[in-house]
Design a protein around this ligand. Structure first.
Ligand SMILES: NC(=O)c1ccc[n+]([C@@H]2O[C@H](COP(=O)([O-])OP(=O)(O)OC[C@H]3O[C@@H](n4cnc5c(N)ncnc54)[C@H](O)[C@@H]3O)[C@@H](O)[C@H]2O)c1
Length: 346
């Protein structure tokens, strides 16, 4: 942007976001990898997420994730994402979100994007990236297990498949039989692999070499270490499922140490229990850069807190795609008071 003209302000709908991202699993996963590397190199600002909670609605929260990213993306912004778990019973997804992108040079917001899809997409891309890096050096898992089968589980499966994964066995476990059945229906259409719905959490974990946790558990509900005796790779996306004892017997990777050791995540509980961070091997970026090796003789647990820089990178990708397609909906006159001392239109 040049001179004193304000940038145009665009609104990008969920339909447009989905069109921009559909079938782009590999590109988005590469973008998430580049973003983790930029963040690891310090070319980002990513302060702690702010959790807004309500005394009258204790299960609900809205999280603010402000961030700034350099590199080729070069944009600032904010994701503002609600989690209202009771929505699901009423037929609405749990999470809803917007993402605001701010111009790097002027600070002006230039776009508001529907962001539940962007958030699910970056989360799934990060999980697929971790599955790839953390299984190198061991046989590629042919048995995957989904523990919790909502929207995030579906996106993670789509991103694994889109990155070339295929499974002989797909295990499914959910407290809700309806969720498990709905996810099974999705899997049957999505591709090959023998699908088993496990009523029993133990059987799911014992039957899976790659385990995906995507529940909404607020505190650990899996504490039996022997279930992990086959040393699976665990994508602990919902962050609060595993008792600290499981983490202490595993190789632990996170996306960002300061972020992840907060908000009663399982790694946070493990830090409180031991009084140290020694149980952490490092970040996924450490693994990608070769600074940390992943041993095969114990379980591996990846706990990604979810970084605002990923939302920015994916959001800017969507913005650029929509702009390229000529379908950007600009709100005329969104910014109005543009001359400091003269009222009215510029
Ligand atoms: N780490 C990240 O970056 C990140 C990003 C986005 C979402 N998430 C997390 O992913 C999780 C899933 O999100 P979603 O949108 O798919 O939610 P969702 O409500 O659509 O699905 C969650 C499913 O988990 C099931 N469930 C809850 N507790 C369970 C338990 N103890 N055992 C088995 N199943 C259980 C529910 O029945 C439901 O089917 C949430 O916890 C969310 O916070 C993490």
């Amino acid at each position: 942007m040049t001179g004193s003209s304000a940038p145009p302000f665009a609104v990008i709908s969920g339909t447009q976001v989905q069109q921009a991202l559909a079938g782009r699993e590999r590109q988005v996963t590469e973008l998430v990898e580049e973003t983790y590397r930029l963040h690891g190199a310090g070319d980002s600002v990513n302060p702690p997420s702010y959790f807004l909670r309500f005394p009258d609605r204790p299960s609900a929260r809205i999280i603010a994730l402000p961030a700034s990213i350099g590199g080729k993306v070069r944009v600032d912004g904010l994701k503002w994402i609600s989690s209202f778990p009771e929505n699901v019973a009423a037929g609405l997804p749990r999470a809803s979100a917007v993402l605001i992108l701010n111009d790097h040079d002027t600070g002006y917001p230039f776009a508001c994007l529907e962001s539940s899809i962007i958030s699910a997409t970056r989360t799934a891309a990060s999980a697929a990236l971790a599955a790839d890096w953390l299984t190198r050096g061991r046989p590629r898992p042919a048995r995957v297990g989904f523990f919790g089968t909502g929207l995030i589980a579906r996106y993670i499966h789509t991103f694994l498949a889109g990155n070339g994964w295929s499974f002989d066995e797909i295990g499914v476990h959910d407290l809700s039989a309806d969720s498990a059945a709905g996810f099974r229906g999705y899997l049957e259409k999505a591709g090959p692999g023998r699908i088993t719905v496990y009523e029993d959490a133990e059987q799911l974990i014992r039957s899976s070499d790659l385990v995906v946790f995507a529940t909404i558990a607020g505190e650990p509900h899996v504490s039996e270490l022997s279930w992990f005796g086959h040393n699976p790779v665990v994508l602990h996306v919902s962050l609060r499922d595993l008792a600290p004892e499981i983490l202490l017997a595993s190789t632990n990777l996170v996306d960002d140490v300061e972020h992840c050791l907060k908000a009663s995540t399982s790694p946070h509980l493990a830090e409180q229990l031991t009084g140290s961070r020694d149980f952490l091997a490092g970040t996924l970026d450490d693994v990608m850069a070769g600074r940390v090796a992943v041993p095969t003789g114990r379980p591996v647990v990846f706990s990604p807190f979810g970084l605002g820089v990923l939302d920015l990178a994916v959001g800017k990708y969507v913005y650029d795609e929509v702009t390229r397609s000529g379908e950007l909906h600009v709100i005329d006159d969104f910014f109005h008071e543009l001359r400091r001392h003269a009222p009215g239109p510029a």
